[in-house]
Every structure is written in structure tokens, then in C-alpha cells.
Design a protein. Sequence first.
Length: 195
Amino acid sequence: MDSRTDPPDPATLRNLAPADPPASHSHAPSTNTIVEFSLFYRNFYPNLVVFLIWQGVRSADAAEIAQDTMTKLLGYWETVQNPASWARRVASRAYAKRLAEVPEDPVVELPRQSSLPILNNADLESVVERNEVIRLLRKLPARQRQVMAWHYDGYSTEEIARELKMTNGAVRAALFRARQALAGHLLTREEMDMP
């Protein structure tokens, strides 16, 4: 075991403030940054989890990816202009990376997804509606599901195209096909529910 210690900082010995660390070293976030980020985190984290679930991510994985994304966001907080878009984009990429790393294991029937995080206990109807949306979105191809998740979170066609690096026409086409497929699934379900 090495018993050597680092030499004292000369500025400290002279009772002077040490020089600022080089720009390449990361520094702790300021108090103001932590307060701003904490407020954003509390308000946005549940939305990011739901956004990922809409894309087909299992609840536990969505929570983990959202947490990792928010941790990264804290490091970039002072330079990110639109934290919500940044977080959605980074989380979507993290999910895509996970899919690429996991070997496909086909199953006859998908396991039931655990329930969504309930954001407001009094609003059970909203949770039921979201579960129905998730069930329907699972029937869509991945790209259509991704575009619909952005759309459900209130992004315009142009914003989705910019965030996903697609053309406006490709986004419109994906939305159109997704809506057609969802309408077909809803119609089939209504027909099955009829006596």
C-alpha cells in the first residue's frame, strides 16, 4: 500500500484561493442549477416514463432509462435549451440502443405490463385511458409508435421531424398510417363488444 500523500496546494498554504480548475474538469452544479433542475425533475420525470411506455418500453425499464436520462441532463443542464425535448430524444436513443443489444427472444404471448405510475391517485379514469392507449400503441410498428408518442406529448409535425431527424412528409406519413391502424383496431374492438 502506498503511504505517500499529495503535496499541499501552494495557494492554500499562502491562504489564497486556489485557481479555478481547468475547463476539462467537471464541476459541481451551482445551487441555482440544482434548484431549477429539481423542479424540472419533479414535474417532468413521470411524463418521461409515460412517454417511454407509449413507445413500448416496459414500466421498469422506462423508469430506469428515464432516471439515467435525467442524471445525464443534470450534467448538461446549463447548456440545454429545451430540456424536455432533449430528455425525450436521449431517452428514445437509449431505448433503441437497448433494443439493439438484446437478442430477440420470440414468445407466444407478451407478458402483461405492470401498471403505470399513477400521477394523481384521484384520476383513475386517466390511468385506464392511458393503459388503453398503450395497449393500442403496442400494435403499431416501432417508428409509428415513436412518432405517436411525440404527437401525444403535444409536439407538432415540424418539431417531431426536427427531433427525430425525419422529413415533415415522413412524419405526416407515419402519423397517417398510425392513425389508420389505430382506427382499425378500435373498430374491430367495437365490433367484438357488440352483442
